[in-house]
Design a protein around this ligand. Structure first.
Ligand SMILES: Cc1cc2nc3c(=O)[nH]c(=O)nc-3n(C[C@H](O)[C@H](O)[C@H](O)COP(=O)(O)OP(=O)(O)OC[C@H]3O[C@@H](n4cnc5c(N)ncnc54)[C@H](O)[C@@H]3O)c2cc1C
Length: 369
């Protein structure tokens, strides 16, 4: 059977695309090798504004906590506290959000096949081979397979080099003695997050996502990501805590794709890349939830207009993503970071006396959230 749209990947970008193209009446199929689409790998923090812009205003159904206070710590331990009443970090229950989105996609008529991996893809003929099954044909394919970019890679999207790849690892754990009303970022220590940062994100009721990550090219030889997060926990989490769930993964840390939409030579078939597959992670903070939801939405809404998808995506997101990547590349060493913290704290100290609210807001903006 032919479809209007086949979506590979059933996480945030893929589900968002499914909801919006099926909502427009497209005959859509979504495939994902996972059996359970509620499964995820993430610290679950997303700014309220990015969720609302993407069409998913925070709901108590899948937001466990709203946080206004942020603590940023330099490699040498300098502390920069920020509070922004306009910028709330929502802690998601990502399982609940993804299952809710799955229900919405199905309600709108999208066919969903779990336990099915997208395999060989040919844009010219508009066919995708499903692992262990038949090939499927469609006018448009949406690649929402995350860092793998499984379809895009077969159409010339380059493999990410070690300089463009972040390695992240995280424990969800029960702990005592950690602040529950602020999220904390520890930047750039070669000990636990070379070229990246470590984090403590409270989820409420004594639960925390505690993780560490850095650039693949800066990882010390022979050290597994798990060891980095263990080092961070030993340094920063009081008491033994109870480790509940471990994840480790790769994330893109590079500029967004120059061509997130492609067409076959005869113009009859197209491929749209969304979320991490289109390299839409905010490099400075390795955040991709908002961009995945938003780009999935735009891909779904514009499934029959690839040029428009590309234009809307570039117009809506690329300036910020490029700026964040440039910022990240300019402050890679611990010395650079320390200098930035020193200068920021000094200038903010003076300004803070005059315009406290404005300064606290700018401190959050520094990160490019
Ligand atoms: C430890 C960790 C912590 C993070 N914390 C945050 C955070 O706090 N805030 C934030 O904004 N971002 C965070 N991120 C990043 C965020 O999780 C990603 O940017 C986001 O999940 C991207 O969504 P996506 O839908 O593009 O891809 P993904 O969530 O990676 O999903 C890709 C989907 O494609 C499927 N797939 C893969 N290959 C195939 C195939 N061949 N065929 C079909 N399907 C396939 C996978 O099974 C998966 O379901 C974190 C990431 C990690 C790893």
């Amino acid at each position: 059977m032919g479809y209007d749209v086949v979506i590979a990947g059933g996480s945030l970008a893929g589900l968002s695309a499914a909801i919006h193209c099926a909502g427009k009446g497209a005959r859509a199929l979504l495939v994902d090798p996972k059996a359970d689409l509620g499964m995820f790998k993430c610290a679950e923090g997303a700014m309220e504004g990015s969720l609302s812009r993407a069409g998913f205003p925070p709901s108590p159904e899948w937001v466990t906590l709203g946080l206004y206070k942020l603590r940023m710590v330099s490699p040498a331990g300098r502390v920069l506290d920020a509070r922004n009443r306009y910028k709330k970090l929502c802690m998601l229950d990502r399982t609940k959000l993804q299952l809710k989105m799955l229900g919405m996609a199905k309600d709108r008529g999208c066919e969903v096949r779990t336990g099915v991996r997208a395999g060989r893809f040919d844009l010219e003929s508009g066919t995708l081979q499903l692992a262990g099954g038949e090939p499927v044909g469609a006018r448009t394919f949406i690649d929402a397979t995350g860092t793998a970019a499984a379809l895009g890679r077969q159409c010339g999207v380059p493999r990410l080099s070690r300089d463009c790849l972040a390695i992240v690892a995280q424990w969800t754990m029960r702990a005592t003695g950690l602040e529950e009303d602020s999220y904390q970022l520890y930047f750039g220590s070669t000990h636990h997050s070379p070229g990246g940062y470590s984090w403590i994100f409270p989820k409420g009721k004594g639960l925390f996502n505690v993780g560490a990550g850095g650039l693949a090219s800066r990882m010390p030889k022979g050290i597994l990501p798990r060891e980095l997060v263990e080092r961070f926990i030993r340094d920063r989490v009081p008491g033994p805590g109870k480790r509940l769930r471990f994840v480790a993964s790769f994330l893109p840390c590079c500029p967004p794709l120059e061509r997130p939409a492609m067409k076959s030579a005869d113009g009859r078939h197209s491929l749209l890349l969304a979320g991490d597959a289109a390299r839409l992670c905010v490099a400075s903070v390795q955040a991709g939830i908002g961009s995945a939801l938003q780009s999935g939405r735009w891909a779904g809404e514009n499934w029959d207009a690839p040029e428009k998808y590309q234009a809307v995506l570039k117009e809506g997101m690329y300036r910020r993503l490029h700026a964040s990547h440039r910022f990240k590349m300019g402050i890679l060493s611990d010395g650079d970071l320390e200098g930035l913290f020193r200068r920021t704290i000094r200038s903010m100290g003076i300004l803070h006396k005059l315009f406290p609210a404005w300064v606290e807001e700018r401190a959050v903006d520094l990160l490019g959230f």
